[in-house]
Design a protein around this ligand. Structure first.
Ligand code: HEM
Length: 497
């Protein structure tokens, strides 16, 4: 009898504690979305939604409020108002300098890459990595990008109209650029290279669907638990594979006194520097993996969606083709750093693609010291402050008719009329994407190379708005089939296959 009473009391107590916890945002008088037991982000996994859709739905549900709570374990608040977003990302940066971590475990040094670092460690690391993305370095690196674009070009030699899944050859192109610019390796030149490397990139977050879901589950766990999970986010196979590649590359360069204009060279210089914050081989490995994770599917999707929109809008494509032809004419047909700076309409098309498809649906900051928002509402230390890029990019008050693809949204007049914090495909503030300019160069090189030779169109059955893939951290689709047609001026130069 006493045991039953005792157990009932414990259950009742736990129930009230949980209920109290779940009502955190209501108690604090903040608009909020009804809470699940563990975290509302479980919806993302359970309902098999894309992150694009998941964060857009929360943004829409919290309208018209400036901010609102949507998770209690862990505490998460979404900031919707652009002035408040600016405040968190820049003005009050010191209180919001950290972010939710990606696959981070304390015991695995390969997860200690810049994305997950905080405070002084982040600042030192960012200062060390930034020179690798300077204009000068990127200008040199563009020679490598251009080489990869030309190799991609040779793989799509067709003589008559043909349907191609663009994601296929773009995946290989982006992987090739990232490996060339990071390690000096051409994956397409290796025996079975492309398949192995593409497989490896997929394996970083677990091979099977179940292990991918498990990795995503770790991602949404409260950090207090996640930090102490001892298993790694990486499969042992892919981890050992990358480790061997990097160590072999370093040994080869040291033995043969090779200097290259790539990221590995920067990491090697950092490792040899007489610095109190030593750059270790683990840091080199961690950042090599990060660049692949951060740049591979993001950039592949961006180029694929851009070509898809060009196929859907022949009049825009025509304007772009003229601009591209003009740029190549002025540079004797060469794809160099100056050639890709010329097409101004291409810039608008890239911006509109990044708005509409918003490759990363959200990003966050973690409050490191309790801090008040401009209206006085206090955000407690440890709370994640989330920005829904997909919500902002598709909010009709900023972008009327948001599903319409309209590059003119990014002409000077329209850009100046909008709040800058309603367009953030690469984030904003001191922690914005370090690889932005690098990936824009990849996008431009691929687009100009493809459209120099081919025009693209779509069959009516492929003309729809996409439902993006669930369980992915980025906005992706399985495939994009486009009709490729050799352009009149190029037909004579093509090989018959
Ligand atoms: C289309 C391509 C890409 C998109 C859409 C993208 C988007 C983003 C976004 C939204 C963030 C978070 C920014 C924030 O919190 O304010 C980010 C961070 C980051 N990105 Fe990218 N990214 C892309 C390509 C790349 C590439 C190619 C690299 C590297 C080679 C890269 C490296 C990074 C790194 C290192 C961070 C963390 C920066 C820090 O914490 O200091 N990204 N990216």
């Amino acid at each position: 009898m006493y045991v039953v009473v005792f157990l009932s009391s414990v259950i009742l107590l736990l129930y009230f504690i949980l209920r109290h916890k779940l009502r955190y945002w209501e108690r604090r008088g903040v608009p909020c979305i009804r809470q699940n037991f563990l975290s509302s982000e479980l919806d993302w996994l359970i309902k098999d939604k894309s992150r694009f859709q998941y964060f857009k739905d929360i943004y829409d549900e919290l309208a018209p409020h400036k901010y609102g709570g949507y998770s209690v374990m862990p505490l998460k608040i979404m900031i919707r108002d652009p002035e408040y977003i600016k405040y968190v990302l820049t003005k009050e940066y010191d209180s919001f300098s950290s972010r939710e971590k990606l696959f981070f475990t304390k015991t695995d040094p390969l997860t200690h890459f810049i994305f997950n670092l905080e405070g002084k460690e982040w600042k030192d690391t960012r200062a060390k990595l930034t020179p690798g993305f300077s204009s000068g370095k990127l200008k040199h690196m563009f020679e490598l990008i251009s080489e990869c674009a030309s190799e991609m070009d040779q793989t799509i030699n067709i003589t008559a109209e043909k349907t191609i899944d663009v994601t296929k050859f773009l995946r290989l192109y982006v992987m090739n650029v990232i490996f060339t610019c990071t390690y000096g390796l051409k994956v397409n030149k290796m025996e079975n290279g492309c398949e192995i490397f593409l497989k490896m990139a997929g394996l970083i977050r677990g091979g099977s669907n179940f292990s991918k879901k498990l990795a995503n589950f770790f991602f949404i766990l409260p950090s207090a638990i996640r930090h102490y999970v001892t298993s790694s986010a990486y499969g042992t196979y892919s981890r050992d594979f990358f480790k061997k590649i990097v160590l072999d590359c370093i040994r080869h360069r040291e033995e043969n006194h090779i200097l290259r204009n790539d990221f590995l060279q920067i990491f090697m210089t950092l490792m040899n520097a007489d610095d109190e914050t030593k750059w270790t081989i683990d840091k080199t490995l961690a950042h090599g993996i990060l660049y692949i994770m951060a740049g591979f599917s993001t950039t592949t999707s961006a180029i694929s969606f851009l070509l898809y929109e060009m196929a859907k809008h022949p009049h825009m494509q025509e304007k772009l083709l003229q601009e591209i032809d003009q740029a190549f004419q002025e540079s004797d047909g060469n794809l160099d750093y100056d050639t890709v700076q010329k097409p101004v309409y291409l810039n608008k098309i890239i911006s509109e693609t990044m708005r509409k498809y918003c490759i990363i649906g959200s990003f966050s900051r973690r409050c490191t010291t309790t801090c008040a928002l401009p209206d006085g509402f206090v955000i407690e230390k440890g709370t994640a402050v989330v920005v829904s890029t997909s919500g902002l990019h598709h909010d009709p008050q900023y972008y009327p008719n948001p599903l319409k693809f309209d590059p003119e949204r990014f002409n000077e007049e329209n850009k100046n009329a909008r709040h800058p914090y309603v367009y953030m495909p690469f984030g904003a503030g001191p922690r914005y994407c370090i690889g932005e300019r690098f990936s824009i160069l990849m996008i431009k090189a691929a687009t100009m190379t493809v459209l120099k030779k081919f025009s693209v169109s779509i069959l009516p059955e492929n003309d729809f708005e996409f439902i993006f893939m669930p369980n992915k951290l980025t906005t992706e689709v399985e495939k994009i089939n486009l009709q490729f047609k050799p352009r009149e001026n190029m037909k004579k130069n093509l090989l018959i296959i």
